[in-house]
Write a protein that binds this ligand. Structure first.
Ligand code: KIV
Ligand code: ZN
Length: 529
């Protein structure tokens, strides 16, 4: 401890909640394999704690926490609970195989939560919280306590709760600004107040969990750190409830770039930030806005002549971060069809992709197609191909073999598709629509017949120029819910030089995902019989 009462460790613990709070973003639902893949990437990047899910909330969440607990050995694995025995039982069970299990329990501390959500009194809520910590302690040593809506709570009551839960055994006290209401000065003062007024605070780590409703999640998190917090709760790309959570890449790069102010380190290998960002975006179907700090496609683009001139003379004139330090692929390194399998594999490994032979072969065939059309393939094209071909964590029931489109200002947009079905049979069908994408989707629907609505469609050019590879990300909503959780939204992505073909791939991706989820639910029900 230093004289201000702050824990003097100069290391920040990175608690990643992409798989829990992040997955609460509308339509971000991931299957167990996808969550496992993200957990592996987070472990390799060096996060300290992975909040893997809310085990009692669904069988899928329970399974995900269990599988991640079995496999990930270098991070603590955390399961969320309400302050209820049945929640804690489920979390303890799911976390059993973990090398470092942590249960996060807690409840609201603001009067609005206590009165309207919990329908109890301050005293009643405090007692529930203490009992939950004591109960969780019977299963695991590491118990984190969250004081929901702390940003709008009476600080005096918050201090009382914190002192009581630390006495009951909480090892980490989580201070969430659940509604993203506070400003950095206020939130920093809140943490300073905790350090000063909670007598046993030195026995626990202070964690900060900030939401982005007013766009201040990163600033509030850093204000918390400056005032004594030593754990930050973040998500990749800042995804999460409503406007999201503090973003991992922003908090980490602020700590690193402004080490002169913070004087604190993390275990994060920052060169993995960009690949993990892409992985999460592809699997959740939530695109990253182009101007997003650190990982947006424009984050290192200099368009004005004056800036370009400056950067060419000396990079640091307009760049405070070297893009290579966050793993943004160097667009100057290019490959051509002549590079061969060996050259491609070598480049992919440099980019952090270790593919098994089957996935590599798919990527290689796509690489040849793109190289044939574009002549040269840069690392951004390559990255799009990999995410398209390699990150498929479900069985593809239907495969798109061929798509042909006719359109123009004097013709009716018409599409013909050839699709291979589950038993190898080939279907060919055609339809017309209001535009080429509509025509393709209708033609695919005629073959697959899975009723749904297209609720989101976005397209971005990955590289510059007329021959750029385009990436399409979509979300569809199934007319029939897939399981008890009423999961209905599925995302898909696809990349191609032809944006209508990319759209068709994205749609097939989302449909196959939906069909795989239905099959999983059916198989689980049959096993349970
Ligand atoms: O925002 C919040 O308060 C939360 C808690 C459950 C930690 O996500
Ligand atoms: Zn939250």
């Amino acid at each position: 401890m230093d004289e201000s009462g702050v824990r003097s460790t100069n290391r920040i613990i990175v608690f990643d909640t992409t798989l829990r709070d992040g997955e609460q973003s509308p339509g971000a639902a991931l299957n167990v394999e996808e969550k496992l893949e993200i957990a592996r990437a987070l472990e390799a990047m060096g996060v300290d704690v992975i909040e893997a899910g809310f085990p009692i909330s669904s069988p899928g969440d329970f399974q995900a926490v269990r599988r991640i607990s079995q496999e990930i050995r270098n991070c603590a694995i955390c399961g969320l609970t309400r302050a209820r025995k049945e929640d804690i039982d489920a979390a303890a069970e799911a976390l059993k195989p973990a090398a470092h299990p942590r249960i996060q329990t807690g409840l609201g501390v603001s009067d609005v939560h206590i009165r309207y959500k919990l329908r109890t009194t301050r005293e009643g809520a405090l007692e529930m919280g203490v009992n939950a910590v004591k109960y969780a302690k019977q299963f695991v040593e590491d118990v984190q306590y969250y004081t929901e809506d702390a940003g709008r709570a009476d600080p005096q009551y918050l201090y009382q709760v914190l002192e009581a839960v630390i006495d009951a055994g909480a090892t980490v006290i989580n201070i969430p600004d659940t509604t993203g209401y506070t400003t950095p000065a206020e939130f920093g003062a809140l943490i300073r107040g905790i350090v000063k007024n909670v007598p046993n605070v030195h026995r626990a780590t202070i964690s900060v969990h900030c939401h982005n409703d007013l766009g201040m999640a990163t600033a509030n998190t850093l204000a918390g750190v400056l005032n004594g917090a030593r754990q930050v709760e973040v998500t990749v790309n800042g995804i999460g409830e409503r406007a999201g959570n503090a973003s991992l890449e922003e908090v980490i790069m602020a700590l690193k770039t402004r080490r002169d102010i913070f004087g604190l380190d993390t275990r994060i290998d920052t060169r993995r930030i960009y690949p993990v960002s892409r992985l999460v975006s592809n699997l959740t179907g939530i695109p990253v806005q182009p101007n997003k700090a650190i990982v947006g496609s424009n984050a290192f683009a200099h368009s004005s002549g004056i800036h370009q001139d400056g950067v060419l003379k000396e990079r640091s004139t307009y760049e405070i971060i070297n893009p290579l330090d966050v793993g943004v692929p160097n667009s100057e390194i290019i490959l051509s069809a002549r590079s061969g399998r060996h050259g491609l594999r070598h480049r992919l490994e440099e980019l952090g992709y270790k593919l098994d032979d089957e996935k590599f072969e798919r990527v290689y065939q796509r690489f040849l197609e793109v190289a044939d059309k574009k002549k040269t393939v840069d690392t951004r094209d390559l990255e799009a191909i990999v995410s398209d071909e390699a990150e498929i964590f479900f069985e593809e029931t239907y495969q798109l073999e061929h798509v042909q489109i006719t359109c123009g200002d004097h013709s009716i947009p018409t599409a013909t598709v050839k699709i291979r079905g589950p038993n190898g049979e080939v279907y060919c069908d055609a339809d017309h629509g209001t535009g080429p994408v509509d025509a393709v989707y209708r033609a695919i629907n005629r073959v697959i017949g899975e009723p749904n609505q297209l609720i989101e469609f976005s397209i971005e050019a990955i590289t510059e120029g007329i021959d750029a590879v385009g990436r399409v990300t979509i979300r569809i909503q199934a007319d029939e819910p897939v399981n008890g959780e009423a999961r209905t939204v599925f995302s898909g992505h696809g990349a191609d030089n032809d944006i209508v073909v990319a759209s068709a791939k994205a749609y097939m991706f989302a449909l196959n995902r939906l069909i795989a989820a239905r099959r999983e639910v059916k198989e689980a029900a049959e096993r349970a019989k």
